[in-house]
Ligand binder design. Sequence first.
Ligand SMILES: Cc1ncc(COP(=O)(O)O)c(C=O)c1O
Length: 379
Amino acid sequence: MVEKGNVPVAGVVRELAALRPRILAALERVLASGRVVRGPSIERFEREWARFLGVRHVVLAHSGTSALAAALAAAGVGRGDDVLVPALTFPGTAEAVLAVGAVPVAVDVAPETLLLDVSAALRALGPRTRAVVPVHLYGQVHPDLPRLARALRRRGIAVIEDACQAHGAFAPGARPAQWSAAAAYSFYPTKNLGTVGEAGAIATDDDELVVRLRALRDHGSTGGAAHAAFGVNLWPGQLEAAILSVKLPRLRGWNEARRRMARRYDRALAGCSAVRPVANVTGEGHVYHQYVVRCTARDELRRLLSAAGIETAVYYPRTLLELPGLAGRLRRRGPCPNAAAAAREVLSLPVHPWLTAAERKRCVEAVGEAAGAIEVDRR
Ligand SMILES: Cc1ncc(COP(=O)(O)O)c(C=O)c1O
C-alpha cells in the first residue's frame, strides 16, 4: 500500500521545523545584541567551520558563488586568464570565473564519478590557464586532487576547490584546502549544511591569501586602513551565521544518515545494469549531497518513481556548454561527451536525513522495483 504524501527529494522544510525553537532562540540573541551585521556570530561560525574542516582560516561570504569568485581573485586570477572547470556542474562555478573577468574553459568529466577528468584537464592546459576548479560534485571530493595539484604546482597554476556540495567530505590524503589555494562552500538552504537565506565560505591554510580575502569582502579594508586594496561587499548577515552555528554540531550525524541511505540504495541496485549509481570512490568520505543514479531511460524511471510517490530531481539536465545564458562566454578545449551523456541520464533520489524509516523503506523498494522493470524492458 502506498502511504499518503510524496517523499520529498529535499529535507529543508522538515529540518527547519525540527530545529525551529533553537533557530528562533539564536536569531533572538542576535536581534537582542543589536549587532545585525559584521559581528560575533560571523566570527564564531568562522572559527567553528575552520575547526570542523581542519583548516587555518575560514572567511564567510555572501554565497558559494561569491566565495568562489573571491578565492579566484585572491589567488590572482583576472582578465586575460583562462580557468578550467568541469562541463557538468552548477552554473555558479563558471559564473564565478566570469565575475573576476577570466574565461571559463569547460573540460569533460570522468564517466564513472562525473568529476573533472584530470587527464583531460592536463591536456587542456594552455598558455593562459591560470587556475583549475575541480568540483566535488554530489558530495564527493575529487580523488585525484593530489595528482592534479602536483602537476599544476610545477606550472604555477592555482587549484581552487568548488566544495559547495561537499560539507564534511574528504578523500584519502586530501582534506579541504590541503591541495588547493582554497576551498569554497555554499550554505544554500538545501545543502548538507544550509542556512536560511544565502551564505558561503572560503577555507584556506594560506596566511597571506586570507588577508586579501578579508579585504576583498570588505571594500578593500585591511585592518583599519579603509579601501587600501580593491574590494567589494561580500558579507553574509549575522542571522545567517547564527543559524549555521545551530546546525553545525548535527552535520556529522546527518552525513552519516545520508551514507546509510546511500548504502541501502546501492544494495537495492546491485547487479542492475539499467540503473547504476554514480561511483563512490572515496568510501566514508562521500557525504551524498545527492544520491545519483544513471539511466538511459531516465524519464521512464522518473515516471515510475513519481507514480510510487517518490520525488526526484535532475542535477544537471544540461552541461555548461548547453546553457544559453553562458553561450559565447565559455570556451571548450576538446569534446565533452561524458558530461553530455550524463546530463541526459542522471537522476537524484531522496537521501536527506529527514526521511522517516517508512519512507526510506518505501524509496528503496520503489527504486528496486522500477530498476527491475526497466531492466526487463531492455531485454
Ligand atoms: C557545485 C556548486 N558550485 C557553486 C554553487 C553556488 O553556490 P551559491 O548558490 O551559494 O552561490 C553551488 C550551489 O548551488 C554548487 O552546487
